[in-house]
Write a protein that binds this ligand. Structure first.
Ligand code: GLN
Ligand code: ZN
Length: 754
């Protein structure tokens, strides 16, 4: 007989944005007006959303709900505010007086920047599409706990468990401006948390959760004794503590922190369904068995089996594998043929309740019906013709290694030079042009039925005409149609591919007030009809210059979607690749000689542990090459990557074997080019010479210098001149002015060549 668990059931974390994006709306209203009235509404909304989800969790029979008080933007940003280390450059922003927490305005400035000061960096939270605000630290940073507002927010009921970003993870995600090690502050941060724990204890808080997902990555083993010592100290403050990891294997965390008196470990049993040998049964295992970041209904029989086995070894509580932040709120209100196979946030909370009661032998009639329904859904899904497309499977079986190879790069270079007839330092853009309010309005009108599909189409054709005319005027060499018809580069294709589903209201927070609605890949992917050929033809008919065909690559099509869990990701990637391969063939048949296949997300799916990365890169590169290798040597394949730290992907850039790769480089100088050269990379490259993430128009001299510096590592016939990403978020004035600078720089540099 094992001890009883500290609680029976919970979820690891909750979304904050609201079932109908209430927080987004009130946030944006407050940012716009700054009025006391909007501040009050924002504060009320955050309270209400928090209270509602707690109530939902408890009413489903779970006996614990995570709580963070009012959270407006991001939990890491909240932590920086809590620890008193929001950047100095915003220190002149007065404390908020009124309903919002005192540091709210400073925190918003940190996240969004001000007219005079840049925002803090923002980056992806582990391997998810959620972005956090990167803490800025230095060797001399001092931490000063700032918990008054938080303490006022937290209800001291036994059912509510405050959740914090743990000290190790907070520092592992921080950056320093002075080359010092953020983790040097481990003990100092823990000291602040100790003060916080004392305050929480005084208020009668029953249990606290520290999230330490950074412990699933490759941690320097030399740090682990310090992590243990820090938690030993925290435990001594007498509040029961749960340490939670997710997105990977909990072994290092459990080994490091076993036997020091923690109340429990939260573990992700979905990403890493191992046997957890390190768990001795002394602490409660908060078993994350319901997938917190994908949308599939839990197989309740299987999950219960796992839970029962674990509970032979020690006390077990039932939970989600990670915070429900990563999935939409509810499937209710969606009308999808595959609804029965899905579970979003609320449905997952329900599943946790059903499993927890079953584990205690207290299933209700309704619970038993849920088990039966889960069984039926699993059987239906496994056999459904909606998923299984024999043609796709056959086509995939017929793929050979040769299908992933083109002719030798040297030969391609030679024939492309002859047929494309481009100047040295050719100029181009990454694909999209400004998505103006008129374009968005036309899309909204179409959605509401105010204009017909034909009227919408005509409006987009007009936009293509404008974009082509502007590019002609600017004197760009390789033109694009401008992508006005694409709401989003993944959604646009997912709507046209079989095997993908879209939701109406499946919003997930991406960062701050920004939400996305990721499509769901549920079945074998295929392309019923050409997707972009008409747009290409329209644009190409308006100019004598080359127009690039423009596609989203297979990895990005996966990275920004919910993916199947019933086959390897690599198989899904190959299916998407085959659909794209057919599209490319059609584009070529329509006359396209240059085709760009964007892979901005290739780094995002990189596994968190280095030992798993080579296998990923193998299938990712394989899928890209399957998509792009079906063309003759004279067809020039481009790719584009961004948001990436390229240095660790240099080999991958070469392996993709695209004829031209454009990359985000305006902000990190031209270092990437030197690294590419060192690797012996001899294909075309377009380092972005204009940072499109700001409306600032680059000075002529700046771009001239960037090109001169690029020319020290790249042959002028291989060097492309382009912005560092698409222009959809930019306005026309800065777009025209900046492209003018870019074209002039190329012309000048060409003149200096002879
Ligand atoms: N072709 C896309 C565009 O120009 C690429 C966007 C991206 O890299 N994220 O918008
Ligand atoms: Zn980009």
């Amino acid at each position: 007989m094992t001890n009883s668990p500290i609680f029976h059931s919970t979820v690891t974390g909750v979304p904050r944005i609201g079932p109908n994006r209430e927080l987004k709306k009130t946030l944006e209203a407050y940012w716009k007006t700054g009025s006391a009235d909007d501040a009050q509404k924002l504060s009320d909304t955050a309270y209400t959303l928090n209270a509602d989800i707690t109530e939902r969790i408890l009413s489903e029979g779970l006996d614990q709900a995570p709580t963070v008080g009012r959270s407006f933007y991001d939990a890491v940003l909240d932590t920086s505010a809590l620890l008193g280390v929001l950047p100095q450059r915003f220190s002149d922003i007065p404390d908020h007086e009124g309903p919002l927490p005192r540091h709210s305005d400073t925190a918003f400035a940190t996240a969004r920047g001000t007219a005079s000061q840049p925002a803090s960096a923002m980056t992806k939270w582990f391997d998810t599409n959620y972005h956090y605000i990167v803490p800025e630290l230095a060797a001399n940073t001092t931490f000063r706990l700032n918990a008054t507002d938080l303490l006022n927010d937290l209800a001291a009921t036994p059912q509510s468990r405050p959740v914090f970003v743990g000290p190790f993870t907070y520092l592992a995600l921080s950056r320093t401006s002075d080359g010092s090690q953020a983790l040097d502050h481990l003990e100092a941060v823990a000291q602040q948390y100790a003060v916080l724990l004392d305050a929480l204890k005084q208020r009668g808080i029953a249990c606290v959760q520290f999230d330490e997902p950074a412990l699933v990555t490759n941690v320097d083993p030399g740090l682990l004794p310090r992590v243990r010592a820090v938690y030993q100290e925290l435990v001594s403050h007498g509040v029961p503590l749960i340490v939670t990891t997710y997105f990977g294997d909990a072994t290092v965390c459990v080994e490091t922190l076993s036997g020091i008196g923690l109340a429990g470990f939260g573990v992700d049993l979905v990403t890493s369904p191992g046997a957890l040998p390190a768990w001795t049964g002394e602490e409660t295992l908060v078993a994350g068995i319901v997938d917190g970041r994908n949308v599939w209904r839990t197989n309740l029989d299987q999950a219960l089996g796992t839970l029962q086995k674990l509970s032979e070894r020690g006390p077990v509580a039932v939970s989600t594998s990670c915070s429900l932040l990563h999935v939409p709120y509810t499937i209710a209100g969606e009308d999808l043929a595959i609804s029965d196979w899905l579970a979003f946030g609320w449905e997952k909370i329900h599943e946790v309740g059903v499993l927890a009661r079953a584990l205690r032998g207290e299933s209700t009639e309704a619970d038993l019906a849920d088990f039966a329904a889960s069984r039926a859904a699993a059987a239906d899904r496994a056999a459904s013709p909606l998923i299984h497309n024999p043609h796709v499977q056959q086509a995939l079986r017929e793929v050979t290694e040769a299908d992933r190879h083109r002719e030798a790069a040297d030969l391609r270079k030679k024939v492309q030079a002859e047929t494309l007839n481009l100047p040295p330092l050719p100029t181009t853009t990454i694909g999209s042009f400004p998505q103006t309010p008129q374009i968005r309005q036309a899309r909204a009108q179409l959605r509401r039925g105010d204009i017909s599909a034909q009227q919408y189409h005509d409006a987009m054709v007009d936009e293509v005409k404008l974009v082509i005319a502007k590019q002609e005027e600017l004197g760009l060499d390789v033109l694009v149609h401008g992508e006005p018809e694409r709401n989003d580069m993944v959604q646009y294709f997912s709507e046209q591919l079989a095997g993908y589903a879209a939701t109406h209201n499946g919003w997930v927070q991406s960062y701050g007030s920004r939400c996305v609605r990721p499509p769901i890949i549920f079945g074998d992917v295929s392309r019923p009809a050409p997707m972009t050929v008409d747009w290409y033809t329209t644009a190409a008919g308006l100019t004598d210059k080359h127009v690039k065909g423009m596609l989203t690559g297979p990895i990005t099509m996966l990275a920004w979607s919910f993916v199947r869990d019933d086959q390897p990701l690599g198989t899904t990637a190959d299916q998407v690749a085959l659909a794209l391969r057919a599209e490319i063939a059609d584009l070529v048949a329509a006359g396209a000689q240059i085709i760009q296949v964007d892979e901005p997300a290739i780094r995002e799916l990189l596994p968190l542990r280095v030992e798993q990365q080579p296998a990923y890169l193998r299938w990712a590169v394989g899928a890209f090459r399957l998509a792009t290798s079906g063309v003759a040597p004279e067809v020039q394949i481009h790719t584009h990557m961004c948001y990436s730290e390229f240095n660790e992907l240099i080999d991958t850039v070469a392996d993709l074997d695209a004829d031209v790769t454009s990359i985000e480089a305006a902000r990190n100088g031209m270092q990437v080019l030197a690294a590419l050269k060192e690797e012996g990379y001899e294909l075309g490259v377009g380092p972005g010479v204009w940072d499109i993430h700001s409306p600032r128009v680059p000075a002529q001299q700046e771009v001239d210098e960037l090109l001169a510096s690029a020319l020290t590592s790249v042959d002028p016939h291989l060097l492309w001149v382009n912005p560092d990403c698409g222009l959809k978020t930019r306005g026309w004035p800065e777009t025209l002015a900046s492209l003018q600078v870019l074209v002039s720089a190329a012309i000048k540099a060409r003149a200096q060549l002879v």
